[in-house]
Design a protein around this ligand. Structure first.
Ligand code: SF4
Ligand code: SF4
Length: 190
């Protein structure tokens, strides 16, 4: 085993505390930089990017008709089997698209938010939205129904996201929700 030789450079570094000064520079840099602390939920809320995969949402067309034709492809594509679709005919004379879902549920406890279901959907009826406040105290609320998912989410698909906005509290049948005020955004990216 060879003995380590004398290293002048190492000695100078030790005498001048260069590593210590380097570390202190990083700390001081954070001290004088702008804080990124978010005052959630009292004042602010983060609006996720479009690519975010949150709570499922079922869409309608411009005439208000459900886009879901109950083809069950989403349920087949789901790796955890957490989607249940039971189709029915709505007899509205729309031909093949008469098929609508009588039951469409997703069990969010088993969901991986992988997005396979939205990729499989041929009509773009199913999207993973940007709703991320999914915690609840009752086990039954983890099963989301078609009726709940047809209600538009507070953040529409057209909003790019990736910034913080002002928040407000809203009373809903599911309890109090923190809703983003999209018109009052601060454009503070985090
Ligand atoms: S996101 Fe993935 S795990 Fe969740 S319902 Fe869709 S396919 Fe299933
Ligand atoms: S959400 Fe899409 S994939 Fe799933 S049943 Fe409806 S149309 Fe088919």
């Amino acid at each position: 085993m060879s003995k380590k030789g004398f290293d002048l450079f190492d000695l100078v570094k030790k005498v001048l505390f260069t590593d210590f000064v380097k570390g202190l520079t990083v700390t001081l840099g954070y001290n004088i930089s702008k804080s990124i602390t978010m005052r959630y939920p009292d004042e602010e809320k983060w609006v996720p990017y479009r690519r975010f995969r949150g709570m499922h949402t079922l869409n309608r067309d411009e005439n208000g008709r459900e886009l879901c034709v109950a083809c069950e492809l989403c349920a087949k594509a789901c790796p955890t089997g957490c989607i249940t679709v039971i189709p029915m005919e709505d007899n509205s004379g729309r031909g093949i698209s008469d098929r609508v879902a009588k039951v469409w549920t997703v069990n969010v406890v088993r969901c991986l938010f992988c997005g396979y279901c939205e990729d499989a959907c041929p009509t773009r009826a199913l999207r993973l939205g940007r709703e991320y406040e999914l915690a609840c105290t009752d086990f039954s609320c983890t099963l989301k129904s078609r009726e709940e998912l047809l209600v538009p989410q507070p953040v529409p698909e057209s909003i790019p996201g990736g910034y913080v906005v002002k928040s407000k509290f809203e009373r809903t049948p599911q309890g109090i929700k923190v809703v983003p005020e999209l018109s009052k955004y601060k454009k503070r990216s985090i």
